[in-house]
Design a binder for this molecule. Structure first.
Ligand SMILES: Nc1ncnc2c1ncn2[C@@H]1O[C@H](COP(=O)(O)OP(=O)(O)OP(=O)(O)O)[C@@H](O)[C@H]1O
Length: 232
């Protein structure tokens, strides 16, 4: 199994201010799967993604990725884990404003021992003719393409996407979802997408519904459809 999560718990605050956000999460993801994480606002999706991404620590429980338990790693090993295995895509792109498209993608490249070919990736991303533009000269979709490029150039085993289409209109969202699908097909990365958009579940291999800090449903989708055919 590529990713295995067992009895993961997390709370914030103390004593009477304590909120249990994850109340015992168990699931597994196979290598190369696209997993969509759905659930109402406040159900714990981002908290779970941040723990898998090594940005936050659980109170208890284990996360194992390719046989390595990451939930007990110390800071230095956690940094190496993030650097060598993870890519992160956020709703708000988080590009560096004074760097152009290519330089922003290079930020990811420098972090890797084994980066993908940049020319080929720029082609896949549809960014070749925009490579010398700065973020403020790009549309939202082009900015998100750049941020996916930055995350994917190091060829991470695991790509974590937190509301990757949250700031985009319908057509641009579908473009970005198709790009995520292309990347998954071409490079075989395992992908977790957190979203409020229920329609995205149809392109996933696995759909997990969180509700109030617990998994309400964990479904293997055997009839997934191409991102271009999604409708909402
Ligand atoms: N650093 C923190 N300190 C205190 N409470 C937090 C912290 N991070 C998250 N929470 C709380 O944990 C709960 C779950 O938040 P989380 O962001 O994981 O939910 P979510 O399902 O991603 O929500 P949304 O869909 O609105 O982004 C919320 O009640 C939130 O207020």
């Amino acid at each position: 199994m590529f990713l295995s999560i067992k009895d993961l718990k997390k709370s914030f605050g103390e004593d009477e201010y304590k909120t249990e956000v994850l109340k015992g999460i168990d699931f597994e993801i196979e290598k190369g799967e696209i997993c969509v994480l759905l659930g109402p606002s406040g159900s714990g999706k981002s908290t779970l993604l941040n723990i898998i991404g090594g940005i936050d620590q659980p109170d208890s429980g284990t996360i194992t990725i390719q046989g390595k338990t990451i939930s007990t790693l110390k800071e230095k090993d956690l940094t190496n884990y993030r650097r060598n295995h993870l890519g992160y895509v956020f709703q708000m792109y988080n590009l560096i404003s004074h760097l152009n498209v290519e330089q922003n993608i290079d930020v990811g490249k420098y972090l890797s021992k084994n980066p993908l070919n940049k020319e080929e990736l720029l082609q896949t991303l549809g960014l070749k003719e925009h490579r010398y533009k700065q973020p403020n000269q790009l549309s939202g979709g082009q900015q998100q393409r750049t941020s996916i490029g930055r995350a994917i150039i190091k060829n991470p085993d695991l790509l974590l996407c937190d509301e990757p289409t949250g700031a985009l209109d319908y057509h641009t969202s579908k473009d970005i979802l198709q790009l995520i699908e292309d990347v998954n097909k071409k490079y075989g990365n395992t992908i977790i997408i957190v979203t409020h958009n229920d329609a995205i579940k149809d392109m996933a291999d696995r759909v997990i519904y969180l509700h109030d800090g617990r998994i309400r449903e964990n479904i293997k989708n055997t009839h997934k459809i191409p991102a271009k055919d999604l409708n909402w």
